[in-house]
Design a protein around this ligand. Structure first.
Ligand code: FAD
Ligand code: DHB
Length: 389
């Protein structure tokens, strides 16, 4: 079997890349280790930056997102007994976020690829990458797929990044001393906007998926197990961390899914080795507090699709050669923002009184200074693609 671009992983990065390449007349095959049902049901991100929404729209896969996604023009930072709204409409006019589940983006992309005759092979557990320097190929289930280039879009635990020989990549990493417990609950959201709440008991986040479904996250110990968290404990803790301002009451309801996520910052540089290009979580991870991971994956494949189009159009490798540097500028801005939001809002075991005072002072600054609030807002809604970030 032969294709132009062999794509490993059918997450948002791999699927969108395959679609963007198709729009440019470039052939690809996507190899995914899990089943279609599994990738369509996996509950993860929910916040789409303005630029992500625009990319999906321009690529003709934004119809359901426009109809069912929830545009938001602000978020609330809650701490010290008060809520503080960061108003995007005033601070970053014309830019907003859209709340739309990652698995819905994945469903939309799979449906469109298959309708366009795209090749996505699910349940392929044993993908291996070969000959990355020249004439690369993939093997799986006793078959061989020759390609011009390979796109490693297989997430943090995938096979692509580990296929790069030792010593090539520089790794930059930070682990955090906590994890996030996420739940979906069949209950209307308790507020119209997202609430990022810092409390003495730890961080909590109020989010949503639809007018009927709420999404919540709790900061929990890094070794927490879902068995430690029966429904009653989850609601008690959410109430303790979110019902911290007068008049706010959380509406409880049946919990329909739960998940635990480690909190990690990670960058592998460069994002290319020979004919292998890494994109999305395969190359970098951010803690979810800034809602950046999915958006970075989209930004990467947007750059990669343009670079491959230029290569196939004119034979020029200029954009492909610049791919890693181009992506890493935005990646590092998001790394900083995600680290900053995380340290601003979480409780650290090692926190001394001095550290807590600094956190409060910084939150006071962000919620009272137009300049500081704008910094948060413009990073949260996403910097323009052409800003050099
Ligand atoms: P993935 O989604 O991980 O997809 C990789 C795919 O490759 C998977 O389908 C996997 O099964 C497959 N794969 C793995 N190994 C192999 C293999 N060996 N062979 C073949 N296939 C393989 N981001 C945001 O932007 N906004 C948010 O609000 C947000 N919230 C988040 C909340 C949580 C709790 C978590 C955990 C993440 C959140 N993120 C958020 C991050 C976001 O979910 C990820 O950054 C995003 O999924 C990255 O997409 P990807 O396509 O690069 O990788
Ligand atoms: C959601 C996830 C995030 O990481 C975040 O910062 C905001 C919202 C969500 O899943 O809704």
């Amino acid at each position: 079997m032969r294709t132009q671009v062999g794509i490993v992983g059918a997450g948002p990065a791999g699927l969108l890349l395959s679609h963007l390449l198709h729009l440019r007349g470039i052939d690809s095959v996507v190899l995914e280790s899990r089943s279609r049902e599994y990738v369509e049901q996996r509950v993860r991100a929910g916040v789409l930056e303005q630029g992500t929404v625009d990319v999906l729209d321009e690529a003709g896969v934004g119809g359901r997102m426009r109809a069912e996604g929830l545009p938001h023009h602000g978020i609330e930072l809650r701490y010290g007994g008060a809520g503080h709204r960061i108003p995007f409409e005033r601070l970053v006019p014309g830019r907003a976020i859209t709340v739309y589940g990652q698995q819905e983006v994945v469903k939309d992309l799979i449906a469109r690829r298959l309708a366009d005759g795209g090749k996505i092979l699910f349940d392929v557990p044993d993908v291996a990458l070969h000959s990355l320097a020249a004439d690369p190929y993939l093997t799986f289930l006793g078959r061989r797929l020759d390609c011009d280039v390979i796109a490693g879009c297989d997430g943090f635990h995938g096979v692509s990044r580990p296929s790069i020989p030792d010593g090539v990549l520089s790794i930059f990493q930070r682990d955090y001393p906590f994890a996030w417990l996420g739940i979906l609950a069949q209950v209307p959201p308790s507020a119209e906007e997202l609430i990022y709440s810092r409390s003495e008991r730890g961080f909590a986040l109020h989010s949503m998926r639809s007018p009927e479904i709420s999404r919540f996250y709790l900061q929990v110990p890094p070794d927490a197990s879902l068995d430690d968290w029966p429904d009653s404990r989850i609601w008690t803790e959410l109430r303790a961390r979110l019902e911290t301002v007068p008049g706010f009451a959380l509406t409880e309801g049946p919990i329909i899914s739960r998940d635990l996520s480690a909190m990690r910052s990670f960058v592998a540089e460069p994002m290319r080795h020979g004919r292998l290009y890494l994109a999305g979580d395969a190359a970098h991870i951010v803690p979810p507090t800034g809602a950046k991971g999915l958006n970075l994956a989209v930004a990467d494949v947007r750059v990669l699709a343009e670079a491959l189009a230029a290569f196939y159009g004119s034979g020029s490798t200029e954009l492909l050669d610049a791919y890693s540097d181009t992506c890493l500028r935005r990646v590092w801005r998001a790394q900083h923002f995600s680290w900053w939001m995380t340290t601003l809002l979480h409780t650290f075991d090692s926190d001394d009184a001095y550290g807590r005072r600094l956190q409060t002072s910084h939150l006071d600054y962000v919620t009272s200074s137009e300049a500081a609030a704008t910094t948060l807002a413009e990073n949260y809604v996403g910097l323009p693609f052409d800003s050099g970030a």
